[in-house]
Ligand binder design. Structure first.
Ligand SMILES: [Zn+2]
Length: 1153
């Protein structure tokens, strides 16, 4: 099995992609991708470092070397042992010589096939195992008495010959088979001519197509989005030495709201609001107080054609913050005395009037479209309000160079956008857990007063960069992990050993537990165990325990999991080339299944099913010369017609599998079947796993609304007229509870469902996604899939999805110290009680957000503790417990709370909270509640923490100064305020994606990254400095890249020099650039190389492959692009940042008065 050792040099694996680097063998580890600075993107291309760690301290060992206990390596024996009664159920094909054409040609008819099967195999083939037995024989092909027989065909049939030769016959044969079983499925005569018309994808590039494709891939990944963009920023320091750094978390006073400043201009950055008086700008960033309010806009309305102030668009420091740095930007923005905008309740003037959109909030002035000199008196200078770019840059430059050491309680980690290393010294890395606040109020009254939600975003199996150590695996032998007798918390660094080490006091519940004899150790003079540093569970925040049989289902060690590939072979799937593509890809991809540590080959078994209105199972047993097909056409009561030979080891059955994958596209090449079933497909996978007594994952490739008669059949109930009505919530709810019940069964079995959707129209993601969602699976959507433009994206997603680290049959529980407890959970999982989060599968990209509430007082001395314990089965079938511990501070002063919050995490929580809210409440109610909560958070700060100052000032806590801008992005996201081009499926899809996102993903999803490509330094590995998401920041002479984790847009201004166009697109003029491109042409020049390396770099960073869309300025696609310029007003009525800030200020004032 040398396959896994080879570098993946084949074409499909040639490009940099996250999955391969991250999940491959050590051999790949550490090999930097060309063009990708390893240090920056380590998180995404690193090998599993922990598995190759140098010899660890005695007492424990890294996962790598761990011998597999109880996990049979030999899969074959495993399989057969599970199905002892199946001996002989499936006859090996009589003709081992592969008589393809002959056998195909000789196929008599479906009926004959059945009878053969019935007599020959049925009797002894009948499922002996409990599960299959239960099913009524109605459709059972194997049961002699069950009349219809439709089901399966026998060996003789199954001998597919070399594809080309036997195609025709096979197709006919298939048809016959189907007809025999259910007449309805009979393929219509060729002349019937359905299909093509309805399924023709819209012309690419047309709006509808792109619109729906918008959200196809999702992405993201844990990774901080690293960029070494800090150039330029440092300027600020020299200019104003001594000014507070943003990390000091001083409050931000937004200038526009200040009373008339006595002076305008640059000054020392005395930040504290206490001064009340307007202050001159200080920091490079806009957020600084005292920054001047620009006067009437001299620049054009928010339109690209109006050249933005030079300082923001050109020069080495493209970012807008720069203008702030140097004080009021040029003449265009003459400093003006502040104005008190609130007096009459109206909002500040926006600099960029956006024609045609009504104000988003009552009272918001409608800006005329006249570009001329701005009429009204006052307006807010966008450069003077808190800038996400500036905050990100500041954090990078302040916190990106030093490792984050987790030894200290309650430390706020660097932002997710900062690239930093973590050293575990007793608390879990922020890659595993991030909190809304690291200092939580001692009492529930205080917590309620602040309205700051207390939540943790937990990513238990997060991928780490290669420089960091994977959690060590601790083996306590048969006695298992040491736990508190009462609350069952696991041994951790916060347990207190007493009585000379004979007992320990639980840090969660205070109960005293005897130390088991084998675990006893003496204490040193400080009361610390002398083996403290030898034991991960005493000295580290994160580690794993090997679970004993007590932690296994039915007290039995699990079998290795299985992957089942289930391919829709209906007309659209075949015609688009999808079926052939999947089969081709699987041939090589199966060599890259996840492996444990140093295992030579993956323990995962694989199985294959194809389906349309009926299901086709395949026997790919290694002893067969050719695969065998079994058709199950009675989908009403799904069962699996074979056990032995369905789930196999890839290496053992290599030739049979290859043959099957060659034949599938040919077999269905002429299909006319357009209808599909869906629930029976999941049921079939579930039954197969049940029969094999293992957990596993179904990879379902599906194209259409399942309207064929079958359980879980759906109808098209899409209705956009429901938007903005009380019934809008129904669009997000599943149309039947059938799938909820199915999901529950899947979770019980550890059957995780990953769904790849290829819709050409509505297919009800809200319903189809239920099982995926509740089993911890992933969903991918490729609307109007076209081979040429979408195959790279799909294949990259598939590769990563198949290879990524995943645990099965997982249960997560979060324990807390006395005083708080976990009360609410958000994510892709199922809960059958109030404490245990169950996931059939949990991969390295999934997060669970947990909310905490007080149930008692906390103390500043002891702080608060969280312990997240995840019990799961590894990809080799090993049962493990992964433990993450985190200690937080507690406070009696609100100011301490507000100094230790993390806005990115807050937004992650609020988005998930809101996205769940739309299931039960009108969207407007949800939006209003969000606004209200944030206004209360900020009002509480103003009232209790800020120094007295004029009510006309908006004062924001330093670490929450981006709350308004980010909140506005959530409010105008497609789920909460859809634009006209957003489909119901898109909304359901996004809703589902966001629910599992980590903080880095929500950050870039809600506030996309916008990079001026024309400012990129072709000689360096760094990215150009990001700029703010507003049209007025764009120059028509430049090219920009915008990414949000799902899409990458490359925007080309109308005035871009022809030379640049030539170097990047290989055409001579702007008009010749094709919007249909889905990749950038490969041209041999530094700029082209640089841009492509940036794109590759971003792709590697995200957990999904982003769709690349070329947008030409003033082209129709630009509307799509503008949707992501989130500081501007949106087409759907979403407020601009400036307007929204004014609105928030008004809300806050109302709360304070
Ligand atoms: Zn306890």
């Amino acid at each position: 099995m040398s396959v896994n050792q080879q570098a993946h040099t084949g074409p499909p694996y040639g490009q940099p992609q996250p999955g391969y680097q991250g999940y491959q063998q050590p051999a790949y580890g550490g090999q930097p991708l060309p063009g990708v600075p390893q240090s920056q993107y380590g998180a995404y291309n690193g090998p599993m470092p922990g598995y190759q760690q140098p010899v660890p301290p005695q007492g424990y060992f890294p996962s790598l070397g761990f011998p597999l206990k109880g996990s049979p390596v030999s899969l074959n024996s495993d399989t057969s042992s599970l199905a002892p009664n199946f001996i002989g159920s499936l006859r090996a094909p009589p003709t081992s010589g592969a008589p393809p054409p002959a056998s195909g040609a000789s196929l008599p008819s479906g009926h004959l096939a059945y009878s053969q099967f019935g007599h020959g195999d049925v009797q002894n083939g009948i499922p002996a195992s409990a599960a299959p037995m239960q099913r009524p024989p109605a459709s059972q092909p194997f049961l002699p008495g069950s009349a219809p027989t439709p089901v399966s065909q026998t060996a003789t049939f199954q001998q597919y010959g070399p594809p080309p030769a036997s195609v025709q016959q096979l197709s006919n044969h298939m048809a016959g088979m189907t007809i025999g079983s259910t007449t309805a499925s009979a393929p219509p005569p060729a002349g019937l001519g359905y299909g093509p018309t309805t399924s023709v994808p819209p012309v690419s590039g047309s709006f509808s197509a792109t619109g729906s494709g918008l959200y196809t891939p999702y992405t993201a990944s844990q990774g901080p989005s690293p960029t070494s963009v800090s150039q330029g920023l440092p300027l600020a320091q020299p200019l104003f030495p001594g000014q507070p750094m943003s990390t000091q978390r001083l409050p931000t006073q937004v200038p526009g709201f200040a009373p008339p400043p006595s002076s305008a201009g640059i000054g020392p950055s005395s930040y504290p609001p206490s001064t009340g008086a307007p202050r001159p700008p200080t920091m490079p960033g806009p957020p600084l107080p005292g920054q001047t309010v620009a006067g009437p806009p001299t620049s054009q309305p928010n339109h690209v054609s109006s050249p933005p102030p030079p300082s923001t668009m050109s020069g080495p420091h493209p970012g807008p913050p720069m203008s702030g740095l140097h004080g009021p930007p040029p003449p265009t923005h003459p400093p003006q005395p502040g104005y008190q905008m609130q007096q009459n309740g109206s909002f500040g003037q926006v600099r960029g009037p956006q024609p045609n959109y009504g104000g988003a909030y009552p009272g918001t002035p409608n800006y005329g479209s006249q570009p001329g000199p701005p009429p009204p008196p006052k307006r807010l200078d966008p450069d003077s309000i808190p800038s996400p770019i500036q905050v990100i840059e500041d954090d990078r430059s302040n916190r990106g160079s030093e490792p984050f050491v987790t030894g200290v309680r309650g430390q706020v980690p660097p932002l997710v956008t900062t690239n930093f290393l973590v050293k575990d010294q007793g608390n879990a890395s922020p890659r595993y857990i991030r909190c809304t606040s690291y200092n939580i109020p001692c009492t529930s009254d205080m917590a309620k007063q602040s309205q700051v939600p207390l939540a943790a975003v937990i990513k238990p199996l997060a991928t780490l960069p290669p420089e960091e150590t994977l959690p060590y695996l601790v083996d306590h032998g048969e006695s298992g992990p040491v736990r508190c007798n009462r609350c069952k918390a696991y041994m951790c660094p916060f347990m207190q050993f007493i009585e000379g080490g004979r007992r320990f006091q639980c840090c969660f519940c205070s109960c005293v537990t005897e130390v088991p004899p084998h675990y006893f150790q003496h204490l040193d003079h400080t009361g610390k165990r002398v083996d403290f540093y030898d034991r991960p569970e005493l000295s580290l925040g994160s580690y794993e325990f090997l679970a004993t049989v007590d932690y296994c289902k039915n007290n039995k060690f699990p079998s290795p999991p299985a992957f089942i590939f289930m391919i829709d072979v209906s007309y659209n799937a075949v015609k688009s080339g999808l079926v052939r593509l999947i089969c081709e890809e699987l041939k090589s991809l199966l060599d890259y299944l996840p492996r444990e540590g140093n295992m030579e080959e993956s323990a995962i078994r694989v199985g294959f099913v194809t389906y349309n209105k009926v299901l086709h199972f395949y026997n790919v047993k290694s002893s067969l010369a050719q695969p065998q097909m079994m058709v199950v056409s009675d989908v009403a009561d799904m069962f699996v017609p074979l056990l032995d030979g369905f789930l196999v080891n890839v290496n053992e059955s290599r030739t049979v599998i290859a043959s099957l994958l060659d034949q599938i596209p040919e077999m269905f090449a002429d299909t006319r079947e357009t209808e599909t079933v869906f629930a029976p497909v999941i049921q079939a996978g579930l039954e197969a796993l049940k029969a094999a007594e293992c957990a596993g994952k179904l990879f379902i490739f599906h194209t259409s609304l399942p309207i064929a008669e079958a359980p879980g059949k759906l109808k098209n109930r899409d209705d956009k007229k429901l938007i903005n009505t009380d019934k809008e919530k129904t669009l997000f709810q599943p149309q039947t509870s059938f799938y909820n019940n199915l999901a529950k069964d899947c979770v019980a079995q550890g059957c995780c469902v990953d769904l790849f959707l290829f819709p050409n129209q509505y297919l009800d993601v809200a319903t189809l996604g239920v099982v995926t969602y509740q089993t911890g699976g992933s969903i991918y959507k490729y609307a109007y899939f076209q081979l040429e433009t979408d195959q790279d994206r799909f294949l990259n997603d598939l590769r990563r999805d198949v290879q990524k680290e995943v645990g099965f049959d997982a249960v997560m529980r979060v324990r807390t110290s006395t005083g708080i407890r976990a009360t609410d959970f958000f994510g892709a999982f199922y809960m059958s009680n109030t404490t245990d989060v169950e996931m059939a599968g949990l991969d390295c990209d999934k997060t669970i957000t947990v909310e905490f509430k007080h149930d008692d007082k906390l103390s500043e001395d002891s702080g608060a503790l969280l312990q997240c314990a995840l019990l799961y089965t590894s990809c080799a079938g090993q049962r493990r417990l992964r433990i993450h511990n985190l200690s937080l501070n507690c406070c009696t002063q609100l100011a301490d709370l507000y100094r230790n919050c993390e806005t990115d995490t807050l937004i992650n929580y609020l988005a998930k909270y809101a996205y769940r809210g739309v299931l039960s409440s009108p969207v407007k109610t949800v939006r209003d509640a969000l606004i209200n909560q944030c206004a209360q958070i900020l009002a509480c700060y103003r009232k209790n923490c800020a120094s007295p100052s004029s009510a006309g000032q908006l004062i924001l806590p330093e670490c929450m100064k981006l709350l308004p801008v980010y909140l506005n992005c959530v409010l105008k996201s497609d789920v909460l305020q859809p634009g006209p081009e957003v489909t119901t499926d898109d909304r359901a899809y996004i809703r589902q994606l966001v629910t599992s996102m980590d903080v880095a993903e929500t950050n870039v999803f809600f506030y996309p990254r916008l990079l001026p490509l024309t400012k990129a330094d072709v000689d360096s590995d760094s990215l150009p400095a990001a700029i703010r998401n507003s049209e007025e920041r764009l120059s028509k002479g430049d090219i920009y890249l915008l990414e949000n984790g799902l899409n990458i847009f490359v925007w080309v201004g109308v005035n871009v020099q022809q030379g640049l166009i030539q170097t990047l697109f290989g055409v001579s003029s702007f008009s010749q650039i094709s919007s249909a491109l889905s990749t950038l042409p490969v041209l041999e020049n530094p700029f082209s190389k640089k841009v492509r390396s940036i794109v590759d770099m971003l792709q590697v960073q995200r957990s999904r492959y982003m769709k690349l869309i070329i947008v030409k300025q003033e082209d129709k696609l630009e509307m799509l692009f503008k949707h992501f310029l989130v500081e501007d007003k949106s087409l759907s009525g979403g407020a601009s940042y400036v307007d929204f800030l004014c609105h928030m200020h008004k809300e806050i004032r109302q709360l304070l008065s």
